[in-house]
Design a protein around this ligand. Structure first.
Ligand SMILES: [Ca+2]
Length: 144
């Protein structure tokens, strides 16, 4: 009896990515957003994404914001954390590396730093942003 090893069919990377992304991910340009499907406080959410080789989402354009909004809406678990945090020194929100924001989509009247406790940022299901306490549990979506 002869045994033959059949090599697996090569698959294009894009097909593989589509399978992995459906239904809890969205691709936009070179960026991919993928939902973890659960809620965590900010620091734990950051760790979840870092361990997966990514980071929390930093939407830098209308297109990226829209892709992320679609995912937040689809997940139907309330707002999701964004990566940006309030720099107390500058009194402004900055990216994890410290750079100034190149795009924002704050809800009217936000960020208001209510009670001087809102050092993190979330995206509502409608795509608008709000500053919120970092200890709140929010949906974890990672950016790759
Ligand atoms: Ca707020």
């Amino acid at each position: 009896m002869e045994l033959w090893l059949v090599p697996p069919e090569p698959k294009p990377d894009c097909a593989l990515l589509l399978v992995e992304l459906f239904p809890n991910g969205r691709g936009v340009g070179q960026k991919v957003f993928k939902s973890a499907g659960f809620e965590k406080p900010f620091q734990e959410a950051e760790q979840v994404c870092a361990q997966a080789g990514g980071q929390l989402p930093s939407p830098r354009s209308e297109a990226e914001n829209h892709a992320l909004q679609q995912l937040v809406e689809f997940e139907n678990k309330g707002p999701a954390f964004l990566s940006m945090t309030l720099s107390k020194a500058e009194g402004k929100f900055t990216y994890p590396g410290g750079g100034p924001l190149v795009y924002t989509n704050w809800a009217p009247g936000e960020p208001n730093n209510d009670g001087d406790k809102e050092y993190c940022a979330e995206m509502y299901t409608n795509g608008k942003w709000n500053d919120t306490p970092c200890g709140e549990k929010r949906l974890v979506i990672c950016e790759f």
